[in-house]
Design a protein around this ligand. Sequence first.
Ligand code: PMP
Length: 368
Amino acid sequence: KAPANAPQMKPWIAAIHAYVPGKSKGADGKALVKLSANENPLGTSAQALAARAAVSTSAAYPDPDSTELRAAIGKLHSVDPARIVCGTGSDELLNLAAQAFAGPGDEVVFSRYSFAVYDIAARRCGAEPVVAPDKDYAADVDALLAHVNEKTRVLFLANPNNPTGTFLPRAELARLHEGLPPDVLLVIDRAYGEYVDPAHDDGALELAAQTNNVLVTHTFSKIYGLAGERIGWGTGAPHIVDALNRIRGPFNVTTSGQAAALAALRDQQFVIASREHNAATRADFVTALEALGNHGLRVVPSEANFVLVLFEGELTAEAAQDAIAKAGYAVRHLPGQGLPQALRITIGTGAQMQAIASALRDVAGDAG
Ligand code: PMP
């Protein structure tokens, strides 16, 4: 608490709970293998690492407009580069979207059990976060639309969703968009979009290209394995991109980040290999958990690079997390997000997932 004669933070800032990243140390202080931040277990494209290493100076400011990178993104995704804006991670773009389109007296809608940054993004510009109920851990289009009113300015939807992994198919996403008033900005956060089987594309980029009220965000932090470089991008109608460009950091993507992302984009083999590795390893992990039998474990269906495991029997999420930590792995427990009964587990390598399944088998047996 600030002394009475000191600067006072605005009341809406005081209401924010700072984002708490997952732990990567066990109770004994030992480092754990991190399966708690949805990073790519295959690392980063070798070509991206080489491009980053080839950046030979840091004395000059980066290209303020990420020109080459936007051109390459546009080419890959058939999007006009003029309709693309890059950010310091997609986090920056989510915050800018709320800031540009919502303020005090306005409402920002999102689903229960969605990305923690939406609440912060709404509050930091003085808007009111409004949480719509989920449908068995997935976004519920009817519930979201029922929470939209004349004060609503922005609606955030992650597809696939974090922390549940659930995915809204194309028809449902279209129904959500059709049900929204045209002056509400629909932000479709596709941080995990590249993990979805391309045959099940949700149509988000088409909505961004064809409508006036959709912003789609992507990141280089997940499948591209560049979380340490902090690069995201968004696309939408020109007036939406213009709004974000007015308020973003002028040099918001580093030179090394632009170089690495450009090379990573050109190495789609790495992306495909990562997607296929994830799908196969996730399927094996789910099968292994289902084989544990009737211990009250339930896996929420996931299209992402993690699964949410519910502990609805004798075995608690805390006990399961302890057992997994003893085996050497950090996974995410999110009681602060209303999920005391669940763990979010990033899909790592096959061997890592077998070790976790085996730790859960042992502790579930002990719990009866
Ligand atoms: N959206 C979702 C749903 C996420 O899970 C994350 C990362 N945890 C982000 C956006 C932000 O990622 P970044 O800022 O690294 O692009």
